[in-house]
Design a protein around this ligand. Structure first.
Ligand code: SAH
Length: 253
């Protein structure tokens, strides 16, 4: 995805910290074009602090007077809103919206993602200037995210889509110890059972399903040899401590 075709537009932002936070979120996700429509305070040291290592995004930010100016050359304009359906309009969540944005960028179109004011969001008129509306499906008790966090969520979804197929699968390919064999696991279960009987946790006369449940537990985890050795060591020490606490009665005593 050519991120140079995507711009983040912040309308009338009140808090410079949010501008910095948005810049950081953008750079983290590989976006760099920030357009500020009549920001209340910018440039501002608070924006710089919050941007941290993303100050170049702020330095390159374009400041304009109106939303119309910010989006004039765009072919796809997405308006974001903390409320679901303020006016009947196509509304997408960030994941589905990312698909449309990617398709537009693939056709070399210019795309704007427009964010509203901290206190009032975007006006109806501004939302009507957008092709699509995007709503992060937040909880209805408190649907409004912090502005920079909304930028983060949306740019993260764009990045996830752009990286599709390139991220490593969750795998145990490079595990640091070999996984235990069935044979070694059986030895461990024997040792475990012996120990549990010795400490009176398991009554051999009424075993219930204890060993089956423990097998299921360790089977789910899939232990490696190192982990197995640690558990065997714990069992050995447990047996030793139990023997010391109550030495077995000697025959004939
Ligand atoms: N009180 C305002 C909230 C504005 S939050 C309102 O009700 O509209 C500031 C900006 O953050 C919003 O304009 C929008 O751009 C973004 N935002 C916050 N929560 C969002 C959500 N759940 N989905 C999409 N954008 C959101």
């Amino acid at each position: 995805m050519n991120s140079a075709n995507i711009r983040i537009v912040l309308v009338n932002t009140s808090h410079p910290g949010n501008i910095g936070g948005a810049a950081r979120a953008m750079k983290n996700m590989g976006l760099s074009r920030l357009v500020l429509v009549a920001p209340r305070k910018f440039p501002h040291e608070e924006a710089d602090w919050r941007a941290a290592g993303a100050q170049e995004v702020l330095q390159q930010a374009v400041v304009v007077d109106s939303l119309a100016e910010a989006i004039a050359d765009c072919q796809l304009v997405v308006g974001t809103s903390a409320r679901g359906r303020r006016i009947p309009w196509p509304v997408l969540d960030p994941r589905r919206c990312a698909v449309d944005v990617q398709a537009a960028v693939g056709r070399d179109e210019q795309v704007a993602l427009v964010f509203g004011r901290e206190d009032r969001g975007l006006t109806n008129e501004e939302l009507q200037a957008c092709n699509l509306h995007l709503h992060i499906p937040s909880h209805e008790d408190y649907p409004s995210l912090n502005l920079a966090m909304a930028v983060q969520v949306i740019s993260y979804e764009l990045r996830m889509l752009a990286l599709e197929g390139q991220l490593p699968e969750a795998s145990t390919d490079e595990w640091d110890a070999p996984f235990s064999t069935v044979e070694n696991m059986e030895r461990f279960y024997q040792h475990l059972e012996e120990t549990l009987v010795q400490i009176d946790f398991l009554d051999p006369a009424a075993p219930r399903q204890l060993m089956a449940r423990l097998r299921r537990l360790y089977g789910r985890v899939r232990l490696d040899e190192m982990e197995l050795n640690i558990l065997r060591g714990i069992l050995t020490e447990t047996q030793r401590a139990a023997t010391a606490a109550s030495p077995p009665e000697k025959a004939g005593d």
